[in-house]
Design a protein around this ligand. Structure first.
Ligand SMILES: *[C@@H]1O[C@H](CO)[C@@H](O)[C@H](O)[C@H]1NC(C)=O
Ligand SMILES: *[C@@H]1O[C@H](CO)[C@@H](O)[C@H](O)[C@H]1NC(C)=O
Length: 302
């Protein structure tokens, strides 16, 4: 009899769990991985920093997010979806699912936005969203429920029931469903789409021009090398020769820093020196020598 009562208790506990939470289930049918981030309303401390990503593995992988009580946070939660593992890199193609779980009305609101996707943009454009073409569907599974809990989807280049512009208007596609149902977001429902090219590839270094007017350094695009104002770029951004220009703060990227006086290694903080601090970790080999061997040459030269 003891065993039987345990089973009943378990069943009750299980029922409580099931009825307490609605879930958002991601299913990724694309041949590449996708990622999502949770971003909460102001004051919620849910920031969705780039490194807080959650991966949904490609080729049929799935991940479940249990809806949180956003009524307690006074604002909905946004799930930002992308096909690259970062989104805070400027204007990029992000799909956004938003939900607002309202236990007081035993329901949740949800919507789907493609505002950040550039229609017709190819995979070389960071604002490309592969699943607009490949298909994405946000729905509450079960045919019978679909009338009450409408789906939103994109397929073959066209989206339905989704936000494609900012603002709010009559008949805007904010959808509602009773609590305890789950939201499923399926990606690449039609075809594989084309994954966005990696927009974090290192960009070519800007070409520096010999300073025509004595200014140099970050933001100007001017280097002192080859300029008639002197070979060193001071921390204040002026070319010159001599101590104030060659000393601490000299910008090695834009000038010949005082190698003989200050050392032959350029540290990660853009200072010249000869100790491990300058020649070791973070040393910029483009602007001088690197390697701990160099630190044996001299002690700090100042
Ligand atoms: C997309 O296009 C394909 C091929 O023409 C078609 O089979 C499919 O039904 C379309 N999907 C939707 C949701 O319209
Ligand atoms: C030199 O030219 C740049 C770019 O036009 C300007 O920002 C800077 O203020 C000028 N510097 C001087 C010393 O005139």
């Amino acid at each position: 009899m003891k065993a039987a009562s345990n089973i009943i208790l378990l069943a009750v506990a299980f029922a409580t769990i099931v009825t307490a939470a609605s879930m958002v289930k991601f299913v990724n049918n694309c041949p590449y991985n996708t990622w999502f981030w949770t971003v909460g309303p102001a004051g919620s401390n849910i920031f969705g920093n780039d490194h807080e990503r959650i991966m949904v593995p490609g080729s049929g992988g799935s991940v479940i997010h249990s809806m949180i009580n956003t009524e307690a946070l006074s604002g909905g939660l946004v799930l930002k979806i992308r096909d690259l593992p970062r989104y805070q890199v400027g204007q990029v193609g992000i799909l956004q699912v938003e939900y607002h779980l309202e236990p007081s009305t035993k329901s949740f609101w949800y919507d789907f936005s493609t505002i950040d996707c550039l229609p017709g943009a190819g995979p070389e454009n960071p604002r490309h969203c592969p699943v607009i073409e490949g298909g994405i569907k946000m729905h509450v599974p079960g045919q019978a429920i679909e009338n009450a809990c409408p789906p939103a989807w994109c397929a073959n280049g066209t989206c339905h029931n989704t936000y494609q512009k900012h603002g709010s208007w009559l008949g805007e596609p904010t959808l509602r469903c009773s609590m305890n149902y789950d939201l499923v977001i399926e990606m690449c429902t039609e075809n594989p789409g084309h994954q966005t090219h990696d927009d974090a590839a290192p960009k070519p270094k800007p070409v520096l021009v010999a300073s025509p007017n004595g200014s140099c350094g970050t933001g100007t695009g001017y280097t002192c090398m080859g300029s008639r104002f002197g070979e060193s770029c001071s921390k204040y951004g002026y070319c010159g020769n001599g101590e104030p220009y060659r000393g601490m703060g000299c910008q090695p990227e834009f000038a010949t820093c005082a190698k003989s006086m200050f050392g032959s290694c350029c540290s990660q903080h853009n200072y010249c020196g000869d100790t491990d601090e300058f020649c070791g970790q973070g040393c910029q080999s483009a602007f001088g020598n690197c390697g701990l061997g160099n630190s044996n040459l001299r002690s700090t030269s100042r």
